[in-house]
Design a protein. Structure first.
Length: 501
């Protein structure tokens, strides 16, 4: 059992939320545990032996409210100080990344190093302090400095590699795109899409294609494919298979206990779509999020078989197109609540080890809503997670990324968190600029797709997460992303070779 005294920035413990909190084991894998707040303490009762940490939404003055993790700790009767352990966890991860990135002796990093040393000195002082209030006060100061230094370190590393990628003309003409709101076929919407994106992600949920068994509705998808091809916009399609409630046709529920029947129906569904549109699509998001949303309670082996069968079929029918396996909720919080799921990194590791012939990894990074996988993370954590995905040796495609342009709910921590300040159009624009710099600096990241071009897209992960307002007027984030796109397109154009005199 782990016990923590809770207090932050002078707030009473009763004001803190445990929404989104979970226990963490080795390699960042969430653990099953009971987290109970009682009498100003957080009690974590694990269902497994060994050291563990806790991740929770934590407010940091002048930085925001983000999910942070403690280091892994041994069980003991005396309570740990939560703020102190959050500092310990962050400083440990910063040191690991400094070593991974080779930034200990890099020229120009001295100011950031001084800030990290300052945070460490405050952390040591907090350990030595006798009074719990003093420990918390020093820890809060150290945590803020460490978080800011971590983001600065991430950007320092990103600046080096982004410049290098631009200088070597490493980007393609299909780097920045967005998902289509298929129900919005207005001329104005299509005009904005045509003017702004390198590619379009066309969602094709099974529930829309086959709302009733053996009754198909292709009209809206045929219309979009025809328009995209006429306007020479490269097309990505997917996810072909997802167990999200908005994707599964209601009639499929009658077969939920018959794996072989569901597998055969999935096989036929995938074949039907790829045969119809295969000649127009250059990338298929074949299977998305089955590791996290196991609606039918399939076993690990059954989920792996579905992955293998669907990817193999797409490669057979469309050998020239890319086949992507898509991860949702990449920190895996859901696994702490549902053991019939698979941690995302374990799932991807098993896919790679099993020899499935796929071409790239997709990942969705959507933040700002009070739901597992969508609580806010800072840029250091995002950079760290992308590095882990890159270690699988496959190109990475960010298939959906989004943050809101105004607070959700009541704007408190319970709304899903905040980054630096409460969400606004200006903060959304700043987030996009910093995120793209980090993501595009990774040599293995090949494309970024913003989730919704406009607010109120259907279906939408965030009602206010578009680059355009409801009336299709641009937000500041729109201009930021377009400026990034122009820079990338300019870097693609190689200077003319010097002719001999």
């Amino acid at each position: 059992m782990l016990r923590f005294t809770l207090n932050s920035n002078g707030q009473e413990a009763e004001e803190l939320t445990l929404d989104g909190a979970y226990a963490v084991g080795s390699e960042g894998v969430p653990l099953r545990a009971e987290l109970i707040f009682s009498e100003s303490e957080l009690v974590c009762t694990k269902r497994t032996e060994g050291p563990a940490g806790v991740a929770l939404l934590w407010p940091v003055k002048d930085f925001g409210s983000v999910i942070l993790e403690t280091s892994r700790l041994m069980d003991r009767e005396d309570p740990y100080v939560m703020a102190l352990e959050l500092v310990r966890g962050r400083l440990m991860r910063i040191n690991q990344k400094r070593e991974d990135w080779g930034l200990f002796d890099c020229e120009g990093v001295e100011e950031i190093t001084d800030e990290i040393d300052q945070a460490r000195a405050l952390f040591i002082e907090a350990i030595k302090a006798d009074e719990p209030e003093r420990k918390t006060e020093l820890s809060d100061k150290a945590l803020k400095i460490a978080l800011i230094a971590g983001e600065k370190l991430s950007h320092f590393h990103a600046d080096i590699f982004l410049t290098r990628r631009k200088q070597t003309h490493a980007f393609t003409k299909r780097t920045i795109g967005c998902c289509i709101d298929v129900k919005n076929t207005s001329d104005e919407y299509r005009k904005m899409l045509l003017e702004t994106m390198d590619f379009a992600y066309l969602p094709m949920p099974w529930s829309a294609v086959e709302p009733k068994q053996q009754e198909y509705d292709w009209r809206i998808f045929d219309n979009w494919i025809e328009w995209l091809i006429q306007n020479r916009i490269p097309v990505k399609v997917g996810a072909l298979i997802s167990f999200h409630e908005s994707h599964i046709p209601p009639w499929l529920g009658m077969y939920e206990t018959d794996f072989e029947m569901v597998r055969n129906l999935i096989f036929d569904h995938v074949r039907r779509i790829v045969e119809r549109y295969g000649q127009y699509v250059y990338q298929w998001n074949v299977i998305s999020g089955v590791h996290a949303e196991n609606t039918f309670d399939f076993t690990f082996d059954q989920l792996m078989e579905l992955t293998r069968v669907t990817v193999s079929l797409v490669k057979q029918l469309a050998p020239k197109a890319q086949s992507i396996i898509d991860l949702t909720m990449p920190w895996g919080e859901y696994f702490a609540r549902n053991q019939r799921t698979i941690p995302p990194m374990l799932y991807m590791d098993m896919v790679v080890q099993s020899g499935v012939g796929f071409d790239g990894i997709g990942v969705q990074l959507i933040f700002g809503a009070p739901s597992d996988g969508m609580y806010v993370r800072d840029m250091f954590q995002i950079s760290e997670k992308l590095d882990r995905l890159g270690n699988f040796g496959k190109p990475v495609h960010i298939t959906a990324v989004q943050v809101p342009s105004k607070p959700l709910g009541n704007g408190s921590a319970a709304s899903g968190g905040s980054w630096w300040r409460p969400w606004s159009e200006e903060i959304q624009a700043r987030w996009i600029k910093e995120f793209c710099a980090i993501a595009l600096s990774k040599p293995f990241v090949e494309s970024i797709a913003w989730r919704d071009l406009n607010d109120r897209s259907e279906p939408s992960a965030l009602p206010c997460g578009g680059l355009l307002r409801d009336d299709l007027k641009p937000k500041p984030a729109y201009k930021v992303l377009m400026d990034i796109r122009k820079e990338l397109l300019a870097s693609i154009r190689k200077p003319p070779a010097n002719k001999p005199a």
